[in-house]
Design a protein around this ligand. Structure first.
Ligand SMILES: Nc1nc2c(c(=O)[nH]1)N[C@H]1C(S)=C(S)[C@@H](COP(=O)(O)O)O[C@H]1N2
Ligand SMILES: [Mo]
Length: 517
């Protein structure tokens, strides 16, 4: 019973910490902050395996894990309350300390944020005392019932406690969430924004009529999301600024309005994650709108010795990008919109980077607020510190989207996408059962539909995106293996060598095994 009291007291404490976080404007609550610490101290390879095992469930599962561990600790402290009350109280004090350290370790952590941890743990300790006291007074005068010599359990009292504490906690935590409604406020600001951007029609020549092939444009709602934020930064455009400093002739601070006033460029860019396994779907293609990074870097005057840009997000994530990719005229953008709409909060609102040809972890900083022009070797960034490579050019890759399973004998459309951003795909081939490679038909992209910045390669509409391909197969009965490989515009075919995503991206052919009936 005392264990149940411990759990109930902890639930009450967690609820009060949510409320206190809401009242003090602490976006990353103690629970989330502890989760963030777990994320930060998890080695890259372990994180990688966890993400590939549970996919986009990684964050909810992590938060659930933190809650469960906290409740188990609460149960233990409850079991100590009777005989060793100091242990129980001390235990909650330790939880308060852990929560406080965690919130303060956030880049946006303030002294006031500690209130949530202290109030939560204090509530838990107090609630446990009250529950214990009430238990004692509700015990029958003569403890007879149980052989163990322990007082009989009053089930009704327990049940009432459970109901009262859970309902009360739900109300309190809900109030906390409601008060800390910053997200809604930012969402409202976002919805009210009128940017000079438009949704761009999918170019002619794309989306061949094949069932099951990946659409050329990825709807924003389906765009993969990868970041280390348990609770994404909430930044209003009017509060946003980008500080540019380091090896520059002239420091500069840009506001959101400065960016919009410079004029926005639209570009189709396929963004992908270095953690995408062979055949995986951590990739998406859409039009981004923003200001060319080249323009901004020209304005600050990059010193000749510099070769890297270290960018930092509002939540303290960092990445290092070769200056060359930001200044060579490709459509590298400080983006404010995707698919003709302001970025969503999850995808970096109000401003993020997009650099065609580089994996996201070395280029695509969301919620970016700081640029330091520097040199590779002078820093290590979030993922490079965890064993990933300094440079992350996208590797040539191809994927079979359809068929995904068994088919009938006869003509079958084998189709999918291939990508080698900023080199471009020249050819895609398919083979059956290790036979000869057969050329697939690539969908063409009419480049005229997108404006490119002054000296961007006019072909960049095509080379910076994935390409859809189709191969007509005369399927014969039996079990078969289909494989695909792509060749980039340098003439280099995709390697068959199987490599893991760590340290710089997976390689190997994507294959599909199926039976033809
Ligand atoms: N602030 C921040 N930006 C980030 C990350 C992050 O963890 N934090 N992850 C990067 C990685 S690894 C990838 S693949 C892309 C994913 O962008 P998306 O979530 O918009 O698809 O964002 C990049 N930008
Ligand atoms: Mo990534």
């Amino acid at each position: 019973m005392t264990k149940i009291n411990g759990v109930l007291a902890t639930v009450a404490g967690l609820a009060v910490s949510e409320l206190a976080a809401g009242l003090t404007g602490t976006r990353v609550t103690p629970t989330l902050a502890v989760g963030q610490l777990v994320i930060e101290y998890t080695p890259g390879s372990v994180a990688e395996r966890a993400i590939s095992a549970v996919g986009q469930w990684d964050k909810p599962l992590l938060v659930a894990g933190v809650l469960v561990v906290t409740l188990v600790i609460g149960a233990f402290l409850g079991s100590q309350a009777e005989r060793r009350p100091a242990v129980a109280t001390g235990g909650f004090a330790v939880l308060a300390l852990i929560g406080a350290v965690a919130v303060l370790s956030r880049p946006d952590g303030r002294a006031l944020s500690v209130v949530a941890a202290v109030a939560g743990a204090g509530t838990a300790a107090l609630a446990l005392r009250l529950l214990q006291k009430q238990r004692r007074s509700s015990e029958p005068p003569v403890a007879v019932a149980t052989g163990a010599g322990r007082p009989a359990v009053d089930r009704r009292t327990v049940l009432r406690n459970v109901v009262v504490v859970l309902a009360g906690s739900a109300v309190v935590a809900g109030a906390g969430r409601w008060i800390g409604h910053a997200r809604t406020a930012v969402e409202q600001t976002r919805a009210g924004l009128r940017l000079p951007v438009r949704q761009i029609a999918t170019p002619d020549g794309t989306d061949p009529a094949v069932k099951g092939i990946t659409a050329w444009k990825t709807p924003t709602a389906d765009f993969y999301r990868i970041d280390t934020a348990l609770s994404p930064p909430l930044i209003k455009p009017e509060d946003w600024s980008l500080r540019i400093h380091g090896m520059v002739e002239q420091e500069l601070t840009l506001t959101y309005q400065d960016l919009v006033d410079r004029g926005l460029v639209d570009a189709w860019v396929t963004l992908c994650c270095v953690s995408n396994p062979v055949g995986g779907d951590l990739i998406g293609n859409t039009s981004f709108s923003g200001v060319p990074t080249k323009q901004i870097l020209a304005d600050v005057g990059v010193l000749p010795e510099a070769d890297a840009l270290l960018s930092t997000s509002e939540d303290g994530w960092t990445c290092g990008t070769p200056l060359e990719a930001l200044t060579d005229g490709r459509n590298s953008l400080l983006a404010v919109a995707m698919d003709g709409e302001p970025l969503t909060v999850d995808h970096g609102f109000p401003v993020r980077q997009v650099v065609p040809g580089l994996y996201g972890y070395v280029s695509a900083t969301k919620w970016v607020v700081d640029w330091e022009v520097t040199r590779f070797g002078a820093f290590s960034a979030y993922w490079t510190r965890r064993g990933w490579s300094d440079k992350g050019p996208v590797k040539t890759h191809s994927r079979i989207d359809t068929p995904g399973g068994d088919v009938d004998a006869g003509p079958v459309k084998v189709a999918g996408v291939a990508w080698a951003q900023h080199r471009g795909i020249e050819a895609v081939e398919v083979r059956v059962d290790g036979g000869a490679w057969q050329p697939a038909t690539l969908s063409t992209v009419d480049g005229g539909s997108v404006s490119t910045n002054g000296d961007a390669d006019p072909e960049s509409t095509r080379i910076d995106t994935w390409v859809q391909w189709v191969w007509d197969w005369e399927a014969t009965g039996g079990d078969h293996t289909l494989e695909v490989r792509a060749t980039d515009s340098t003439g280099e075919p995709q390697t068959s060598e199987v490599a893991d995503v760590l340290p710089d991206g997976a390689t190997g052919y994507h294959s599909v095994r199926l039976s033809v009936g």
